[in-house]
Ligand binder design. Structure first.
Ligand SMILES: CC(C)(COP(=O)(O)OP(=O)(O)OC[C@H]1O[C@@H](n2cnc3c(N)ncnc32)[C@H](O)[C@@H]1OP(=O)(O)O)[C@@H](O)C(=O)NCCC(=O)NCCS
Length: 257
């Protein structure tokens, strides 16, 4: 089992004087008091204990790169991301992850840039949906074959960093989750983040039977003894639809993320 990842304690901000863009590297070491921001010249460095590297073209812009360090003892696949508004919501955001060689690890694209690549949404390996205004996570889904390789954790950390760098509300979770979500959250939740809210509202499994064929059980069910005890609820009792292949149509009339 992967060790819990460390949280971010202090930050190195790299920028060229007079230019709007900058990169920030978050560190987990105790070299400086929590929350310290050290100003350094570019390029960004990744010393031992780095947790993420985010690049922003100008304050208030969506980051164009979010590179997440592997959790201790793990090696997650390279991921690049597409950020798009959730159709029919005022501030819903999807962070959709791909692991193809079309873009380097950490690149963040908008829907137009993604469209120019000519890649189908069905190539995604996972996605996280949350509300940019409240920070509340709604759904995370990783393709069954891609699970247990750090993809869910990498997407979760990327969303936390992206929201913070963009100036959105801090990403958070409430008490709703599936058994798998509970097992995952209790394992990956960094010790120094806010307390993980208790699971008060168990949700039914999200993996469609068609996607479970040939997938190892450890990718589909919580390991014995993992997570906290959560009641199993029949899948038919809620409208908790899998987040997969989000609606790729342009979200006209809604603010872009
Ligand atoms: C929950 C989910 C997103 C996790 O994605 P993932 O890519 O497998 O997660 P990671 O690889 O980052 O897992 C990190 C750690 O979490 C824990 N974990 C993840 N899946 C687990 C499982 N089935 N049983 C026990 N622990 C698990 C482990 O400690 C794991 O490290 P390890 O694989 O080295 O043991 C994925 O299982 C999923 O999409 N499930 C279906 C949708 C769903 O239920 N979403 C949650 C909604 S609340």
């Amino acid at each position: 089992m992967a060790a819990p990842r460390e949280a971010f304690r202090w930050y190195a901000r790299h920028r060229v004087p007079g230019q709007p863009g900058y990169a920030v590297v978050g560190m987990s070491t105790t070299a400086f008091p929590d929350g310290t921001v050290i100003e350094l010249p570019p390029p960004a460095q990744r010393p031992p204990g780095w947790q993420f590297e985010v690049h922003v073209a100008a304050p208030g812009r969506l980051p164009h790169r979010v590179v997440v360090a592997d959790a201790p003892g793990t090696r997650a696949p390279a991921l690049w991301y597409v950020v798009l508004p959730v159709a029919g919501t005022a501030s819903g955001v999807d962070l959709v992850a791909f692991s193809t060689g079309d873009r380097p690890d950490g690149d963040v694209l908008d829907a137009a840039e993604f469209g120019a690549l000519g890649i189908g949404w069905d190539n995604q390996v996972g996605a996280l949906r949350w509300d940019a205004a409240t920070g509340l996570g709604d759904q995370i889904y990783v393709a069954p074959q891609a699970r247990r390789r750090g993809v869910g954790t990498k997407i979760g950390v990327a969303a936390v960093v992206l929201a913070a760098a963009r100036g959105w509300a801090p990403v958070r979770v409430d008490g709703r989750r599936t058994d798998l979500g509970e097992a995952w959250l209790t394992a990956m939740w960094p010790r120094s983040w806010d307390d993980l809210p208790a699971c008060t509202s168990p949700a039914p499994p999200m993996t469609p039977a068609t996607e479970a064929v040939g997938v190892p059980e450890r990718n589909l069910l919580p390991d014995p003894g993992s997570g906290r005890a959560v009641a199993r609820v029949a899948a038919a009792t809620t409208g908790c639809a899998p987040l997969h292949a989000p609606d790729p149509r342009p979200a006209t009339g809604r603010p872009a993320p």
